[in-house]
Design a protein around this ligand. Structure first.
Ligand code: NDP
Ligand code: GDR
Length: 383
C-alpha cells in the first residue's frame, strides 16, 4: 500500500513536533517546512532527523516561509501532499502588537498562499488542508462557553490575522469544494511549549526557584483565564479532522478554565511550595507561605536549609507583560469534536502541569550537572 504524504508548516514548533511524531507512527511520509535561521532551529525535531542521503527517508525537511508564495507553491508541487497541516505562524499574541504587519502577512496571507497553491496546481480534489485556527478569535467575551457558533471578536493583531485565515479557509471550501477545515484550538501546552508563553514560563521559573537558581518570577495579568489542554492530545484532533468524510470546523478544548494564578499555584504545589498573595494589581506579590519539606526533598533533592525561606517574595507583577487589549476568559465547548471525531483529551490540567514541571526539572538537573562540571550554562527566564 502506498504511504500517505503529509506536509507540515511550522514543523519546528510545539505542535509541529508532536504532529510529525504522530504521523510517522501512523506510517506517513512527513515533509516539513523549516525557516532559514542563522543558528539551528530544529532542536525540537532533532530526534526525528533522518539522513536525507538515506534511501526512502520518511521525514524530509524543506526550507521555506509562509510569506513567500513562490516557495510555498514550489514545495507543494514537489511534495504533492495528501494532507497539509498549516501550523506555521507568528504565534505570540503579545509580540503581534510589536510586529502587526509581519503577523498579518504570515498568519493571514500565509493561509491564502497555501490554498491558492493547491488550487492553481489543480490539487483541490487530492489535498486536504488543516488550518490552525485559534480560540483567540473569540477575544472579547460574547458567550461562555465558546463553541463553533459563538461570534468572533478578535483582540490582537494575531487574532485579526487568524480571523482572515479562518474565513479564507471557509470561503475556499465553499467556493471551490476544497477539503479545508479550521481547528479552533484552545490553549494547549506541553514540555515543548515555547519558553515565553505563560505556562512554560511558570514551570521553568518554579523549578529554577525551587533549585535556588532564580529568586523571583515576574508575570503580567494573573487573572486571565484559559482553557489549557495538552498538545499531544490536540494534534490527534487535527489528524482526525482530516480523516472524516466532510470538511468542517471544530472547537478543540477541555471545557475547563483556570486563572494564570491557579496554574502558578499548581506548579508550585508540585514542588511542595504554597504562596500567599497580598496587594492588588501591579502591587500584588506572592509570598512563600508554606513548604511541604518531604515533597520538596523528593522533587528537588534539597533540604530545609537549602530551600527559600518562608515569607520570601517569589512573584511580582510587571506591567510590561500586560497586553493593550486582553482576552479575559476562554472556555471551550468541544462537544462537536467529541461526537463527530470521537476525540477526547487524555490529559487534565493536573497531569499537564505535572508533565511540564517534571520535564523542566530534568532539563535543570542536566544544566546543574554541567555547571558542577565547570561549564557555563546560560538560560534566561524572561524575555
Ligand atoms: P509555535 O510558536 O511553537 O510554532 C510556530 C511554528 O511556525 C514554528 O515552527 C515557527 O518556526 C513557524 N513559523 C513562524 N513564522 C513562520 C513563517 N513566516 N513561515 C513559516 N513558518 C513559520 O506554535 P505552536 O506549535 O504552539 O502552534 C502551532 C499553530 O497553532 C500556530 O499557527 C498557532 O498560532 C496555532 N495555535 C496554537 C495554539 C496553542 O495553544 N499552542 C492554540 C491555537 C492555535 P521557527 O521555529 O523557526 O520559529
Ligand atoms: P495566549 O498565551 O496569549 O493565550 O496565546 P500566553 O501563554 O502568551 O498568555 C496566556 C495568558 O497569560 C497572561 N500572562 C502572561 N502571558 C505571557 N506570555 N507572559 C507573562 O508573563 C504573562 N503573565 C500573564 C496573558 O496576558 C494571557 O492572558 C496562546 C498562543 O499559543 C496562541 O498562538 C494561541 O492561538 C492561543 O494561545 C490560543
Amino acid at each position: 500500500m502506498t504511504k500517505k504524504v503529509a506536509l507540515i508548516t511550522g514543523v519546528t514548533g510545539q505542535d509541529g513536533t508532536y504532529l510529525a511524531e504522530l504521523l510517522l507512527e501512523k506510517g506517513y511520509i512527513v515533509h516539513g517546512i523549516k525557516r532559514r535561521s542563522s543558528s539551528f532551529n530544529t532542536q525540537r525535531i532533532d530526534h526525528l532527523y533522518q539522513d536525507p542521503h538515506s534511501s526512502d527517508p520518511t521525514f524530509i525537511l524543506h526550507y521555506g516561509d509562509l510569506t513567500d508564495s513562490m516557495n510555498i507553491t514550489k514545495i507543494i508541487k514537489e511534495v504533492m501532499p495528501d494532507e497539509i497541516y498549516n501550523l506555521g505562524a507568528m504565534s505570540h499574541v503579545k509580540v503581534s502588537f510589536d510586529s502587526p504587519e509581519y503577523t498579518a502577512n504570515a498568519d493571514g496571507l500565509g493561509v491564502l498562499r497555501i490554498l491558492e497553491a493547491v488550487r492553481l496546481l489543480g490539487m483541490e480534489k487530492k489535498t486536504r488542508i488543516y488550518q490552525a485556527s485559534t480560540s483567540e478569535l473569540y477575544g472579547l467575551v460574547q458567550e461562555i462557553p465558546q463553541s463553533e457558533t459563538t461570534p468572533f471578536y478578535p483582540r490582537s493583531p494575531y487574532a485579526v490575522a487568524k480571523l482572515y485565515g479562518f474565513w479564507i479557509v471557509k470561503n475556499y471550501r465553499e467556493a471551490y469544494g476544497m477539503f479545508a477545515c479550521n481547528g479552533i484550538l484552545f490553549n494547549h501546552e506541553s514540555p515543548l511549549r515555547g519558553e515565553t508563553f505563560v505556562t512554560r514560563k511558570i514551570t521553568r521559573a518554579v523549578t529554577r526557584i525551587g533549585m535556588g537558581m532564580e529568586k523571583v518570577l515576574h508575570l503580567g495579568n494573573l487573572d486571565a483565564k484559559r482553557d489549557w489542554g495538552h498538545a499531544k492530545d490536540y494534534v490527534e484532533a487535527m489528524w482526525r479532522m482530516l480523516q472524516v468524510d466532510t470538511p468542517e470546523d471544530f472547537v478543540v478544548a477541555t471545557g475547563v478554565t483556570t486563572t494564570v494564578r491557579d496554574f502558578l499555584n499548581l506548579a508550585f504545589e508540585k514542588i511542595g511550595f504554597k504562596l500567599d498573595y497580598v496587594g492588588e494589581g501591579v502591587n500584588e506579590i506572592g509570598l512563600l507561605s508554606h513548604i511541604d519539606y518531604d515533597v520538596a526533598f523528593q522533587q528537588l533533592g534539597r533540604t530545609k536549609e537549602e530551600l527559600p525561606k518562608l515569607g520570601e517574595v517569589l512573584l511580582k507583577v510587571d506591567p510590561e507583560y500586560f497586553r493593550p487589549t486582553e482576552v479575559d476568559i476562554l472556555i471551550g465547548k468541544p462537544n462537536k469534536a467529541f461526537e463527530k471525531l470521537g476525540w477526547k483529551p487524555k490529559y487534565d490540567l493536573n497531569l499537564l502541569v505535572e508533565d511540564m514541571v517534571t520535564e523542566d526539572l530534568k532539563h535543570l538537573k542536566k544544566d546543574i550537572c554541567l555547571v558542577n562540571g565547570g561549564f557555563e550554562v546560560t538560560a534566561h527566564l524572561e524575555y
